[in-house]
Design a protein around this ligand. Structure first.
Ligand code: SAM
Length: 241
């Protein structure tokens, strides 16, 4: 049966591609890629040669119907992104939703993604956690920062290296300097670093050098007792207003 496969690809270490991901890429009729050059290099490395179709933020609305038509005509497709699992802070959600609505079968393979090794490496509670992805860069950033500071579960943020120190300073303002955190840098790569400490310690550590590579920030949740106090204070403030 023709279907859309969602195929995770390595986040740095090429050995992390799964056997099933390789088999799927070998058997589909075409590959849908966020960046055909980046994914083309991966396919070349795997000695897989398939027609490719670009699928990125600028064309995804237009491309969705075209892709659905091809799958409904009997072709199978694999969606890949530059790294990790498509649709996780990457294009893919629109296509998955449209396929499901059109009755096209969708199957997501398990595989690499940055958030899972980051939350596990953090040594912060990971039985329940919140994935936030990227914070808004401008509009809505402060509101989101205020919101994440109240979470009572560990939460995970994606951040770019050149914004890390600024983000840590903003997180200290809303969460307090003593909140525990872990910064995972270059996961699965040669210079992987998992720096664990308070937000202040993380800030001091990364402020002392030029930050390079890809970054995940994990922050512990607010202890429930404190969160109740904060909420109570907020509701008293509202009543007083
Ligand atoms: N789809 C990907 C996934 O499943 O994790 C995420 C794509 S998002 C555009 C890219 C962000 O993921 C980076 O800015 C960084 O926050 C995180 N990331 C990806 N690879 C990473 C790595 N090797 N080490 C640390 N963070 C990484």
């Amino acid at each position: 049966m023709s279907k859309l496969y969602i195929v995770p690809t390595p986040i740095g270490n090429l050995d992390d591609i799964t056997l099933r991901a390789i088999k799927t890429l070998q058997t589909v009729d075409f590959v849908i890629a966020e960046d055909t050059r980046t994914s083309g290099n991966l396919l070349k490395h795997l000695d897989i040669h398939k027609p490719m179709q670009a699928f990125h933020l600028n064309n995804e609305h237009k491309a969705v119907q075209q892709i659905i038509n091809k799958i409904q005509a009997g072709q199978s497709a694999a969606l890949v992104s530059d790294a990790g699992t498509p649709a996780i802070s990457d294009p893919g959600f629109l296509l998955v939703r449209a396929c499901v609505e059109a009755g096209v079968a969708v199957e997501c393979l398990p595989g690499p993604t940055a958030l899972i090794p980051a939350i596990v490496n953090s040594a912060l509670p990971c039985d329940r956690f919140i994935f936030e992805g990227f914070l808004p860069q401008k509009k809505g950033r402060q509101t989101r920062l205020n919101e994440v500071a109240t979470y009572t579960k560990s939460f995970v943020l994606y951040e770019s290296p050149h914004r890390l120190v600024k983000a840590l300073a903003q997180l200290i303002e809303v969460c307090g300097a003593e909140r525990r955190a872990c910064i995972s840098r270059e996961l699965s790569k040669m210079f992987e670093e998992n720096y664990r400490g308070t937000l202040q310690e993380c800030y001091t550590h990364f402020n002392s050098k030029v930050v390079k590579g890809e970054i995940v920030i994990v922050i512990e949740g607010l202890p429930v007792a404190k969160s109740k106090k904060t909420n109570r204070k907020e509701s008293l403030d509202v009543e007083e207003d």
